[in-house]
Design a protein around this ligand. Structure first.
Ligand code: BGC
Length: 818
């Protein structure tokens, strides 16, 4: 018999103590990332924070330094429940250190079209891999008392017109594919919150989707947690309240408040609906320790730059790195090898994607620093071709606050009368104005002042909407006008326009950039959001002639035993709020690889990107390592992998196509407001395998590691209702290695795609063998029967495949239905 825990507050009794207005107040946030407290019922403030790969804190920028983890695809590439479990626990510690109660992650939308700007932030194209990894992540977080938030329900796979797009997805695909990771994580890990997406789903806003939120999530799945809106996603009052949304974010202004009180009075929303929403808010508060007795503050948590974090973050990053090509056993490198390390990403390694997943890390180790730390003078570092078109937030250190001498800028905000409203030091060289702060008066002008320690012919850049004027040592050097390109208010925050001027800057000169915000119209939000956005002053070297850069790269490559070229994407491509238009590497990076490959004895390419890029040169190089966005220890992890101190044990989480468009789903541009998921359940490898797209460059599940493997004695093994597979694997290589034994179900019905149904990893010494049994998850044998709107189990007919990605099938085991 179940004995209710006497120490738990009776939530219904607490709710009964509040009048309608007091209840409704608690259903909209109090700030950007906080919820209202209510002393009368012992409710403390609950704090929510992004994001999936680091706990940024309660402000969008300028938070305290926090650990920057490897990005989601890199973590997922380990194909390891343990890695994601450790990630969750680590994030929980980061959260507790900042008094954060809920981490807004994991992101478990799928990699549908690879053009999607946030693909870097989500685990995989595969629903089973995503669901299983999300489960481990949520468990890790919540075991330590910090809530997870699965996001974004649902069909939120791209960014174009993200506030209005209608994702049109048939019911079977929705159930079998896009809802599946959410369903798995809800059933297996009981996340304390989920987030309703910006988009519409089959015509209805996700934040007011009764069928999804009340019907599927809270109804069929029996979900007792909280449904929170994505930020600024709620567009209605009664429809969203009745549709199953529990909490509107951010606050304090929003579409509920007085309007919801009025809707209840008018009989459009029943008060018991409000009570249910509040019940879920209070249950969340209770779960995270913000209701009743205050939670113990945990002292002695690891520092983001301490030894523990460095070890963890290096190991977690390295484990997911994926070796997709390794001719003539070029990797790992032998010590004593001389290396020409080439590329902008070698010196300015991209450690994270853009948007709400960004954090302020204590440091970001470049590949140049990481490899030099291990090899010393055997490494010659050569900067590469330009990779960005926009001015970007400079790393702390490239400019200094003239008042404090610390990395960053000094910001002065002035009112229309010229009086100073506020002065700030900003560590990140950018400042979020009018969003996280509570300014006493409208800002008419913002002045960014910085000292540039290393002068020269520099590019000075500004971020943020308005009319900008630059001075160097008091003399004007240029003006620019920056405007929004869309009417999405989020653009001003997530992807502010930017521009640059070229100027000769003496060493140590004072640079000032002044932005007139009075002209910054179109930041169209009422109240405190007016004129809001991200602003900043950046400085960097003026671009060099590409021909000179390529000649230098080739010369360095010729002189060394091996050339390591680091190429990749930047936050211009891998970011929230904007989609890509191509998978090609930006700038002249392809030419750079080819130039180096032609000159070098051996060429290793390190791809510093989370998502697939095109590699037209792949056959011209010896090895390709996919390094993802490796987090703050990036360079240490890459170096450890290149030298074989750690195995790049990753397997791809997404299929890498050979060309733009050569994938089952491509366009992310809505037509008449609709984005039709026409490929149905055949996304990614499922579609490639069905011949719906050309054979890919590299399959989902591919990854060489530093081992070689024999598969023998493959056989079916009985499972509860459907079989699994077993096989003896032998490490035939020369190094200890981790193998991921993948089992795919190929149903007999060709209308049903092949799909991953289970995996099991094993780490073996050279020569060692192990019998590995891989159960299949019964949820992968289901088919959504549209006629009856129920699940049906597929017959045990077709095959189970044991494969190292579908391009390397080691055994096909026929299934018989009798
Ligand atoms: C993103 C969410 C994020 C939220 C809060 C939104 O723009 O879509 O993923 O959690 O902002 O920052």
């Amino acid at each position: 018999m179940h004995h209710p825990d006497q120490t738990r507050p009776d939530l219904s009794a607490l709710i009964a103590r509040l009048d309608l207005k007091a209840k409704v107040r608690l259903l909209t946030g109090s700030t950007m990332y906080g919820l209202h407290a209510e002393a009368d019922i012992g409710l403390a403030e609950v704090h929510l924070s992004d994001g999936p790969t680091g706990v940024r804190g309660l402000t969008f920028t300028s938070g305290p330094p926090v650990a920057l983890l490897p990005n989601a695809t890199l973590l997922a590439s380990a194909w390891s429940d343990e890695v994601l479990h450790e990630t969750g626990r680590l994030l929980a510690e980061e959260a507790r250190a900042q008094d954060v109660h809920v981490v807004l992650g994991p992101t478990i939308n799928l990699h549908r079209s690879l053009l999607g700007g946030r693909v870097f932030e989500a685990f995989s194209e595969d629903p089973y891999l995503s669901g299983r990894l999300a489960t481990a992540y949520v468990r890790g977080l919540q075991e330590r008392g910090v809530g997870a938030c699965l996001k974004h329900v649902v069909a939120n796979e791209s960014e174009t017109d993200r506030h209005s797009v209608d994702s049109v997805v048939d019911d079977a695909t929705l159930r079998e594919v896009y809802l599946l990771p959410f369903e798995m994580a809800v059933a297996d890990a009981h996340p304390w919150s989920v987030m309703a997406a910006y988009n519409r789903v089959n015509g209805v806003s996700a934040t007011e989707h009764d069928g999804l939120l009340n019907g599927v999530v809270k109804g069929e799945w029996g979900y007792d947690g909280l449904v929170v809106s994505d930020w600024f996603a709620t567009r209605s009052t009664a429809a969203s309240a009745n549709g199953g949304l529990d909490l509107v974010m951010p606050g304090p202004v929003g579409p509920w408040g007085d309007a919801l009180v009025a809707a209840v009075s008018a009989g459009e929303v029943e008060e018991r609906v409000v009570d249910d929403h509040l019940h879920r808010v209070l249950l969340l508060a209770e779960r995270v320790g913000a209701l009743g007795a205050p939670r113990q503050v945990t002292a002695g948590l690891p520092r983001p730059d301490g030894d523990l974090r460095r070890e963890q973050l290096t190991r977690l990053a390295a484990q997911g790195m994926t070796l997709v090509r390794n001719e003539r056993a070029t990797l790992p490198l032998e010590r004593g090898t001389t290396v020409a390390l080439i590329g902008r990403h070698a010196v300015d390694t991209v450690c994270m994607g853009g948007g709400s997943a960004q954090v302020t890390p204590p440091h970001q180790v470049s590949v140049a620093d990481g490899l030099t730390a291990l090899l010393g003078s055997a490494v010659r570092v050569v900067d590469g071709v330009e990779v960005r078109t926009r001015a970007v937030a400079a790393r702390a250190g490239s400019v200094r606050d003239p008042e404090t001498g610390d990395g960053g800028v000094h910001v002065v905000l002035l009112g229309a009368d010229g009086a100073v409203i506020e002065e700030r030091h900003e560590r990140a060289a950018t400042s979020m104005i009018g969003v996280d702060d509570d300014l006493p008066a409208p800002v008419a002008e913002a002045r960014f002042r910085a000292v540039v320690p290393h002068g020269g012919p520099l590019q000075l850049g500004a971020l943020g909407v308005g009319s900008w004027r630059f001075t160097v040592a008091g003399a004007e050097v240029g003006r620019i006008e920056l405007r929004l390109s869309t009417d999405d208010a989020g653009e001003a925050i997530l992807r502010p326009p930017s521009g640059t001027v070229l100027a000769e800057v003496p060493d140590g000169a004072l640079v000032e950039a002044v932005v007139d915000l009075r002209a910054a119209s179109g930041l169209g939000r009422p109240g405190r959001m007016a004129g809001a956005g991200l602003f900043g002053l950046v400085a960097g070297p003026a671009p060099r002639d590409p021909a000179v850069v390529l000649a230098e790269a080739a010369a360095a490559a010729r002189d060394a035993d091996v050339a390591v070229v680091v190429v990749g994407l930047t936050e211009e491509q891998e970011t929230e709020s904007v989609d890509k238009s191509t998978l090609a590497l930006p700038g002249d990076q392809d030419t750079m690889v080819r130039t180096v490959a032609a000159a070098a004895r051996r060429t290793i390419v390190v791809v510093n990107a989370a998502t697939p890029v095109l590699m037209p040169w792949v056959d011209e190089v010896d090895a390709v390592l996919v390094a993802g966005l490796p987090g703050q220890e990036a360079g240490h992890a890459v170096a450890a992998v290149l030298l074989g101190d750690r195995e790049p044990a990753g397997r791809l989480v997404t299929t890498w196509p050979v060309a733009d468009g050569a994938a089952p789903a491509w366009s992310v541009t809505p037509v008449d407001g609709r984005l039709v998921y026409a490929e149905g359940a055949f996304l990614g490898h499922r579609g490639h395998a069905a011949g719906r797209a050309p054979a890919p460059a590299f399959w989902f599940g591919h990854g060489l590691g530093y081992g070689t493997w024999d598969y023998t004695d493959a056989r079916l093994v009985a499972g509860a209702e459907r079989p699994g597979a077993a096989v003896t694997v032998t490490n035939t290589g020369l190094r200890r290695s981790r193998e991921v034994v993948q089992v795919y179900l190929r149903p007999a019905d060709p209308g049903q795609p092949v799909r991953l149904a289970g995996w099991q990893a094993v780490t073996l010494a050279p020569g060692e063998s192990r019998d590995v049994e891989v159960p299949t998850d019964l949820r992968m044998w289901r088919r959504w029967d549209v006629a009856t709107a129920t699940w049906a189990l597929l017959p045990a007919a077709g095959e189970l495949l044991l494969a190292r990605g579908l391009g390397d099938v080691r055994a096909a085991l026929p299934l018989s239905d009798d």
